[in-house]
Ligand binder design. Structure first.
Ligand SMILES: C[S@@+](CC[C@H](N)C(=O)[O-])C[C@H]1O[C@@H](n2cnc3c(N)ncnc32)[C@H](O)[C@@H]1O
Length: 307
């Protein structure tokens, strides 16, 4: 057990300490100030859901902002594909599935990516305090064993698959063409400063390339960093402000179609980005901060969102 006085959070700043922690070699279970438990990676020094806890964050950040229940209901008769980037301990995945459970006739394909299943194995061993596994334990065990599970799910069906390995490498490879096109993306990597490979312009371009023009896609994540939003815009996404969650005053929602955004970034945001000292997208997996290049300035000013 440990109780550090300050505790690095996912965005790289610090927050109040968790009140309790249970250690293992690579991961810890930490209890947050509100009593919820979350998983923390010791190697990365980041807590997966650091302030309001796994379920509350997954609901507000992903389920509500991506309007998953409505969009799945509207897709009746077709399989709705969700990419779950950074499966981790599956809090986002299981919270999303639970929110879809009673939608009549739903068919969901959950495509989870992570370079390691270890946080999920760890979380399953601590399912009770984490509190979001209820009813899904056997499916998680099946996923860990076989890589794919299919199951009846309330009023519908789910196929859940796990794609191990480095996500940017997979998307840049010929394997990417075999992935089903996403209609919603739960994007939950570690912070850009610690996990730069997951926040590059080439990666967001690869994801945008996988969207089917006939099946619009939206993506949500916790970051509101200007360089991240510029990366999305330059990669061909439309980008909007997302609601507050936990310690975040604002998050980000992107979409392949402007109609999917409730609060598109506007000229005021563009003006701030043009003046920002940390706005230029990362071209490679090395974190650095820089103002916009001339190419990025032109790309932003010509983006259909601002024309
Ligand atoms: C914040 S955690 C995800 C938490 C998870 N969504 C949940 O609900 O429990 C970030 C995850 O991204 C994964 N990750 C980081 N870099 C990656 C990469 N290059 N390829 C694949 N997965 C990566 C980490 O292994 C980690 O599990």
């Amino acid at each position: 057990m440990s109780n550090p006085s300050r505790h690095p959070r996912r965005c790289g700043a610090t927050i109040s300490a968790p009140v309790v922690s249970i250690d293992s070699s690579d991961y810890q279970l930490v209890q947050l100030q509100n009593g919820a438990w979350s998983v923390r990676s010791n190697a990365e020094g980041e807590t997966f859901h650091p302030v309001i806890g796994p379920v509350a964050e997954a609901e507000s950040l992903y389920v509500q902002q991506l309007e998953l229940p409505q969009r799945v209901a509207e897709s009746a008769g077709k399989t709705f594909v969700i990419w779950d980037v950074g499966l981790g301990a599956a809090a986002n995945t299981l919270t999303a599935l639970r929110a879809l459970r009673e939608i009549p006739g739903h068919s969901v394909r959950m495509v989870s990516f992570d370079h390691t299943p270890i946080p999920l194995e760890f979380a399953l061993r601590h399912a009770e305090p984490l509190g979001y596994f209820g009813g899904y334990e056997d499916h998680v065990a099946g996923l860990l064993k076989s890589g794919t599970v299919e199951f009846a799910h309330g009023s519908g069906t789910v196929r859940w698959e796990f794609h191990g390995g480095d996500f940017p490498t997979r998307l840049a490879s010929s394997d990417a063409a075999a992935l089903p096109c996403p209609e919603a993306i739960l994007f939950d990597a570690f912070s850009p400063a610690r996990n730069a490979a997951m926040w590059t312009l080439p990666l967001f371009r690869s994801m945008r390339d996988r969207v089917d023009p006939l099946r619009p896609c939206s993506l949500a994540t916790y970051s509101r960093a200007t360089l991240f939003r510029v990366s999305l815009l330059r990669a061909g996404w439309f980008v909007g402000a997302g609601s507050a969650t936990g310690e975040k005053e604002e998050t980000t929602v992107a979409a392949s179609s402007l109609e999917l955004l409730r609060r598109p970034l506007d000229a005021t945001w563009l003006g701030r980005a043009l003046r920002s000292t940390s706005a230029e997208p990362l071209e490679e997996a090395v974190y650095r901060q820089a103002p916009l290049s001339e190419a990025s300035r032109q790309a932003l000013m010509n983006h259909p969102q601002f024309r």
